[in-house]
Design a protein around this ligand. Structure first.
Ligand code: 0WD
Ligand code: CA
Length: 380
């Protein structure tokens, strides 16, 4: 017989001798055993102040204050009078993470430097939010993404590029949608205190420039990762586990009134919530369910580790293992493509729903994202 029939073709890959050209996002291809994902370790943190300045400290860390079961918070309060909105036309790319790295090189540089090892001792540096998008890709049917990747001193940096569709979405946002984006921040103000012994101040100004970000290190199979994610608050308890085990993610969502709404919540929203908090090891998610007028009618805590059990009764539902295996294969694909160690070279990975992940290569283009100040400082 034909000996080639003995080899299983790997349908994840459409490869040629030049290397892999594309990666399929079909969920069936990723139903394997859960890959190794090491417990994320916090290696540092930083804050962005009311003017969006980087601060190498935890000044913006807030403390969770549990509301009553049905708190009646009015999320519309202050939208027109006590709201300072971040200028989202400023594309920050990885800049804040890079500033943190420069200020804390000693905390991540690994013990022994071999000639082949990367200077930072990690394979990838990125934002948590970018990885969330990768994790949910096998289940995403509406929004595509573009991720730019450059290798510098052995580490691959990944930074998002806004898609055309996302830009149009943002420019055609209705007044109602714009206000609803405020509701999440207002919920944070109702449930967070600035000090461990303080109380929330709902009469204050909501300023979305302010942020507290954790920086974690972990490993997905062969991939050593360093990424940062915004953290809403921590529990007050001084005996709580160390970060990220003490962190709490806050969410708002429309109240659930029908079985159809419950099913959609499980199938779509819980997937995104799970992926976002699982990545940095944030153990609990507190959800405020609000009505159409922005009144919080109930509050519920979802332990991140229980979410996958919660959704198991949904027919044809998402699976954490598919998300993690796809991410693992995507990072392997990126490693196989991004070979040139040159920060002026950008490999642009693009994915659109119902398509494969593909890439293009760009030198000294609009996509170059590693700044001169970073290259210079790291080279000294
Ligand atoms: O340059 C870019 N393309 C991006 C920059 C895209 C996404 C984020 N960022 C930066 C910002 O500096 C922000 O401070 O990332 C930081 C947050 O990073 P992340 O934690 O990796 O992002 P993600 O997990 O998507 O969002 C976490 C929270 C959101 O909370 P909810 O509960 O809605 O998921 O960060 C906020 C938001 O409160 N957030 C943002 N803040 C500033 N700029 C942004 C954004 N673009 N997106 C979400
Ligand atoms: Ca949040």
């Amino acid at each position: 017989g034909d000996p080639s029939g003995d080899y299983k073709t790997d349908k994840r890959h459409r490869s040629t001798e030049e290397g892999q050209k594309a990666l399929s996002a079909h969920r069936q291809l990723y139903e394997r055993n859960f890959p190794l994902y090491k417990q994320p370790v916090e290696v540092g943190c930083f804050s962005l102040d009311s003017r969006r300045n980087f601060c190498n400290d935890q000044r913006q860390l807030r403390y969770y204050v549990q509301p009553t079961k049905s708190p009646d918070f009015n999320l519309r309060d202050g939208y027109t009078s006590r709201f300072v909105k971040r200028d989202d036309s400023v594309k920050e790319k990885l800049d804040h993470v890079l500033k943190w790295i420069l200020a804390n090189r000693d905390k991540i540089q690994t013990r022994v430097q071999t000639p082949s090892s990367s200077a930072l001792g990690v394979d990838f540096v990125t934002w948590r939010g970018h990885l969330t998008k990768v994790l949910t890709t096998p289940y995403e049917t509406h929004e595509g993404w573009m991720l730019a990747a450059s290798k510098f001193r052995g580490t691959i940096y990944i930074s998002e590029v806004e898609t055309e569709a996302a830009r149009v979405d943002q420019e055609t946002r209705s007044e109602r949608q714009a206000e609803m984006m405020y509701w999440g921040y207002k919920f944070e103000q109702y449930t967070c205190a600035d000090d461990v012994d303080g109380a929330p101040n709902p009469g204050g100004v909501v300023n979305t420039n302010e942020a507290f970000c954790t920086v974690v290190q972990t490993r997905l199979a062969d991939h050593k990762l360093l990424f940062s994610g915004e953290v809403d608050c921590r529990v007050k308890d001084r005996d709580a586990p160390p970060a990220p085990g003490c962190y709490v993610e806050l969410k708002t969502s429309a109240e659930i009134c029908t079985p159809k709404q419950r099913s959609n919540f499980h199938r779509y929203k819980l997937l995104k919530w799970w992926a976002q908090s699982f990545l940095p090891g944030v153990p609990q998610i507190v959800a405020g369910f609000r009505d159409h007028d922005g009144i919080v009618v109930s509050v519920e805590t979802f332990p991140t580790s229980k979410i996958s059990q919660l959704i198991k009764n949904e027919f044809n539902c998402w699976k954490p293992t598919v998300c993690m295996n796809f991410c693992n294969d995507f990072l392997s694909f990126v490693k196989s493509v991004v070979k040139d160690d040159d920060p002026r070279l950008v490999y642009l990975f693009t994915w659109d729903p119902h398509r494969d992940v593909t890439y293009t290569v760009h030198r000294d283009s609009q996509y170059t994202f590693l700044p001169e100040w970073y290259i210079k400082d790291m080279s000294s």
